[in-house]
Design a protein around this ligand. Structure first.
Ligand SMILES: [Mn+2]
Length: 301
């Protein structure tokens, strides 16, 4: 999975496309040497480096856009973007990434990405990521989640996380995290397989592209986006068939095996409209801050 950022940049020319749209783009690659340390230690070291990279980008007035093969980049991305004020988190994913070591059956660290971010596990290691602060569960809206084992669904339903299940209409207007600054996390397997399969963890009944775009417009209208990540991109270049619907994992695909790329659309040369978009204001089609009411609740079943 880890080579997806390279594919997006080198094969699909993402930086050049953003540049042609008027953004001043700088690419910073965050890597650690293969085989340096065990998987868990590697993953946290990668996040320590990512946090510094993101913090430097923000100090330059840039908007950090993190490209990563794994969802645990959320630790470094938020650590480098937010101080003691916890962000609102809009997290698009087919999975909850909410396992803890004591209930996890896969041994896959990435399914603990959101549970670590919300402070449920790996607390000592997470604290070594510069600037890391656990995000309260009530600050998180999880959208598109649908591929869960029973124990995963139970833990999610017992949490304070707001949930919009599967391909249903997202419920951003009912999301009331008590924070105005946002971290936007897009795991591409949140998309329905009919849109494309960015990785082998796709599941049916996902989000349409239109729904994702509406949700993003609402997010920048109602919140101030400070950092974003696009994750779980595979090493393959296109969203073609051939991936099994269920995980087929190999160790070489696991966290830390590939680079994390952070794009930096820099502020000064950004067109005014685009800059406003980064600041979460005045997006065409947006309707201003969303009214807030009760948090969305998961279905009782
Ligand atoms: Mn994920």
């Amino acid at each position: 999975m880890g080579r997806g950022p390279t594919v997006l940049l080198d094969q699909h020319g993402l930086a050049e496309r953003l540049s042609s749209d008027g953004f001043d783009v700088a690419v910073d690659t965050v890597e650690i040497p293969d085989g340096l340390v065990p998987e868990i230690a590697r993953t946290f070291e990668l996040n320590r480096r990512l946090a510094v990279s993101v913090r430097n980008a923000r100090a330059e007035g840039a908007f950090p856009l993190v490209l990563s093969g794994n969802c645990n980049c959320s630790w470094g991305a938020t650590a480098g973007s937010f101080g003691d004020d916890a962000p609102a988190v809009l997290w698009l994913d087919a999975h909850a990434d909410f396992d803890v070591p004591d209930d996890n059956l896969s041994g896959f660290l990435d399914v603990m990405a959101l549970s670590t971010l919300t402070g449920a596990c790996w607390q000592a290691l997470a604290a070594t990521v510069p600037g890391f602060r656990p995000v309260p569960e009530r600050n998180v809206l999880l959208v598109g989640v649908r591929d869960l084992d029973d124990y995963q669904r139970k833990r999610l339903q017992e949490s304070e996380i707001s949930v919009s299940w599967g391909g249903g209409d997202p419920v951003l207007e009912a999301f009331d995290p008590g924070a105005s600054r946002m971290y936007l996390h897009v795991d591409l397997d949140s998309l329905d397989p009919s849109v494309g399969q960015a990785n082998e963890f796709s599941a049916p009944d996902g989000l349409s592209l239109g729904r994702v775009l509406v949700l993003q417009r609402e997010a920048v209208a109602g919140f101030e986006p400070v950092c974003a990540a696009v994750t779980r991109t595979t090493r393959t270049s296109t969203a073609t068939a051939g991936w099994p619907a269920r995980p087929r994992r190999s160790c070489s695909d696991w966290p830390g095996s590939g680079p994390v790329r952070r794009l930096r659309p820099l502020g000064p040369r950004m067109p005014r409209a685009s800059h406003r978009r980064s600041a979460g204001r005045g997006l065409p089609g947006g309707s201003g801050p969303r009214p807030r009411s009760a948090p969305a609740r998961p279905p009782s079943g």
